[in-house]
Structure formats: structure tokens, C-alpha cells
Design a protein around this ligand. Structure first.
Ligand code: SF4
Length: 395
């Protein structure tokens, strides 16, 4: 029987995260936010499916206006993820229960304003409109100052949380970014927040969250594996990280991010429930379960997806590259231009989807843009070329 730790308890709408509250399952609507009818129907369906909090993407003034209408028509707890435009906070806050900000995105807008000032502004907005915050650190959009500091280690492939008995050692850019922000929030007396530290590698998620929990045991953690991909692989990756942490009593809320169609998002809630049931029954996955060498990641899709064929493309590519499962390459497929270009930079074969074309990359180098009907063939060709060079070097 797992003994859960006791963290601070924060109120999010009519739910709580942390303290003695049960682990809250979250998910995200992937309908177009400006399509109010479709988004309300989805939010209500996800709420009834067991999601305690539903996130909605808001990128523009029009989305913010739609959010106000959505708020009037649903009682579900809602959250919004600020992307680069932190100033949207004051527009969305009156209509949500929680706002997530990403320390790695704060530098985009008003670059001459110190990040501390931006966080103070977010805290003022949160207090004024009675909302909670999430500090959401993500491997694909790290704070550039942290990235620069650890670039050499990253280049050598030895960054990322490593097992280290000294829990005070702060060497990881994900961890350091999270610690910097929680320490600042605490220093200004704001405690109504949780933290997420996500990576696409389940092992890193376990190690870095375990370390954070040891260093700041009072702060509630939102658990998740970013870009886990389509089921069943996405569920397996999430189980590996989340069941391991929850079995240690770590984690107060979770999201299983899955690459599925907008009308299939309840699968994220089902997977979250499965994880909690497994932990409760002691039937957790063996943490030593090995994933294939070929690391396939894809974003969960959201309202920003620019072409509805994205999910099918990600699934088809996974099948088309099965032949390479023993090779240590990374394939990344992203649904839009917001996060696609940056989050494919470290992939051996990276695809990010535009409205009519899909951009193909090798690391940070763009190979070209191809139609949806030809991209699979081009991506497989690129992978075959990588394998050829790899085999040549191995001889
Ligand atoms: Fe949404 Fe784009 Fe992120 Fe995919 S990459 S989840 S479409 S913002």
C-alpha cells in the first residue's frame, strides 16, 4: 500500500491538488477554441469522463473571447497554457481556474523585462482573479539561459537527471529552472501553485521529479511524459514514469498526453485512471521494462494543429519505421508551427506539420517541405540513410 506524501493543498475551481485530495486527472481539449459549441461539448464530455481539470489552448484575442463564452456554458474546471504571450494572462484569468506558464517561454515577449517582473505580473493576475498557477518546465522549451549553461553536457548526451545520492546536487537544467521559479514564488509569498517537470524520456521524468520532490517536498507535482505519442506506446511510456513515481507517493495531479484525434481525448483520462488503479492495487509496471531503442515521440495535438491529418500521419510513420526499432534514433512528429520547429531540433528525423505541407528536419537542419502524401516516403528515406551511416561506422 502506497503512502502518499502530504504537500501543500491548492484550490483549482471546485477541486484541489495536493494535501489530502485524491490525485487529480487532467486532459486537454483539442477542438478549435473559437468553435465554442464543439469545445463546450468536448469539455463537458471530458469532465463527465473523469477529468478534474480540462485545458484549453488560447493564442489570440478571439480565442480569449471564445473562452469567456465557454466559461458561461460549462461548470468544468478549466485551465489555460500561456505560450509565448504571457500578457494574455489578464485576458484569460477571469474565465479559468488555473494558468500554466512555462519558464522557457517567458523570454519571448518584452525581452528586456526581467523574468522576475513577468512572474510578479502573473502572480498579481492570479491573485486578482482567484486562480492557481502551474510552473510548467518542459524539455522541448527550456529556459535559454539554463540551456546555454548546460549546453556542453547536453551535447555530450550526459545531461538529464542522473541518479545521484546527493539530493542537493542541482545540475540539471530542467530541475534548476523549476527550483529557480518556485523559490522566487515562495519569496514573494505566493504558494497557490503546482509544478510540472516534463521530458519525453520516462526515466528522466522519474529521476528529475524524484529529485525535485526530495528538495521541495511541500510543493504539489503535476506528473506527465511530454510527447509520449500514440497509444499503446504513449500509454506504456506514461505508465513507466507515472506509476513509478506515484508508487513512491510522489505526484498530486497527472496528465497522460496521447497523440489521438480531438474526439478521442477521453483516452487520456482512461489511461490516467488505469495508472491510478494500478498504483492502488500494487500492480505497477516493472520500471525496468525496456522501450525499443528507436525513440518515437509525437505531440498530443491540440487546437493549434494545422491539419487534421496530423494524428494519422504520426501513427502511419510509427508503423512505417518499425523496421528500425533496434536503432538508437529519435523520430519526432509535431502538429504545428508553434512548438514544432523547436521541439524537433534534437530529433534525427523531425517532422512538423503546416497547413498543406510537412517540414522534414534532420536535427536542426531543414531538409524540405513535402505534401502529406509524400512525407512518409521522404522520412523513411532519411531514416534509411541514417541507418546506413550508422552501420558503416559500426563496422
Ligand atoms: Fe499543440 Fe502544436 Fe504542441 Fe502539438 S506541437 S500539442 S499542435 S502546440
Amino acid at each position: 500500500m502506497t503512502t502518499r506524501r502530504t504537500t501543500r493543498k491548492i484550490k483549482v475551481g471546485n477541486a484541489f491538488i495536493g494535501g489530502d485530495a485524491p490525485v487529480l486527472i487532467q486532459t486537454m481539449a483539442a477542438t478549435k477554441t473559437f468553435d465554442v459549441d464543439a469545445t463546450v461539448a468536448t469539455v463537458d464530455y471530458l469532465d463527465q469522463s473523469g477529468a478534474g481539470l480540462v485545458r484549453i489552448a488560447v493564442d489570440s484575442i478571439n480565442d480569449a473571447k471564445a473562452l469567456a463564452e465557454i466559461r458561461k456554458r460549462t461548470t468544468a474546471n478549466l485551465s489555460v497554457d500561456l505560450q509565448e504571450n504571457f500578457r494574455l494572462a489578464e485576458l484569460v484569468a477571469p474565465n479559468v481556474d488555473k494558468i500554466r506558464y512555462n519558464p522557457g517561454h517567458l523570454h519571448h515577449l518584452e525581452p528586456n523585462l526581467a523574468w522576475e517582473k513577468k512572474v510578479e505580473y502573473l502572480v498579481d493576475v492570479a491573485k486578482e482573479f482567484d486562480v492557481a498557477l502551474r510552473v510548467g518546465v518542459n524539455c522541448g522549451s527550456l529556459d535559454p539561459t539554463k540551456l546555454a549553461k548546460y549546453r556542453d553536457q547536453l551535447a555530450n548526451g550526459d545531461a538529464g537527471a542522473q541518479e545521484n545520492d546527493d539530493a542537493a546536487a542541482v545540475f540539471d537544467p530542467l530541475l534548476e529552472s523549476a527550483l529557480e521559479h518556485v523559490d522566487f514564488l515562495d519569496s514573494i509569498g505566493f504558494t497557490r501553485y503546482c509544478v510540472s517537470i516534463k521530458d519525453s524520456d520516462p526515466e528522466t521524468v522519474v529521476l528529475v521529479n524524484r529529485r525535485f520532490a526530495a528538495l521541495r517536498p511541500q510543493i504539489p507535482l503535476h506528473l506527465g511524459v511530454t510527447e509520449a505519442g500514440a497509444p499503446p506506446r504513449g500509454v506504456l511510456k506514461s505508465r513507466l514514469a507515472l506509476e513509478t513515481l506515484l508508487a513512491e507517493g510522489i505526484g498530486e495531479t497527472l496528465r497522460v498526453s496521447l497523440t489521438v484525434e480531438a474526439n478521442q481525448k477521453a483516452k487520456e483520462v482512461e489511461a490516467g485512471r488505469l495508472i491510478l488503479e494500478n498504483v492502488a492495487s500494487g500492480n505497477v509496471i516493472d520500471p525496468a521494462t525496456r522501450l525499443p531503442n528507436l525513440n518515437i515521440v509525437s505531440c498530443p495535438s491540440c487546437s493549434r494543429v494545422q491539419n487534421g491529418r496530423f494524428v494519422e500521419l504520426a501513427r502511419t510513420l510509427e508503423k512505417a519505421t518499425e523496421f528500425a526499432k533496434d536503432y538508437p534514433f529519435k523520430i519526432a512528429t509535431m502538429g504545428c508551427r508553434v512548438n514544432g520547429p523547436g521541439e524537433t531540433d534534437d530529433a534525427d528525423v523531425g517532422l512538423w506539420c503546416g497547413a498543406d505541407k510537412v517540414n522534414l528536419k534532420s536535427g536542426s537542419t531543414t531538409i524540405g517541405s513535402f505534401g502529406y502524401d509524400e512525407i512518409i516516403e521522404k522520412a523513411v528515406e532519411l531514416l534509411q540513410e541514417k541507418i546506413r551511416l550508422y552501420d558503416q561506422q559500426a563496422k
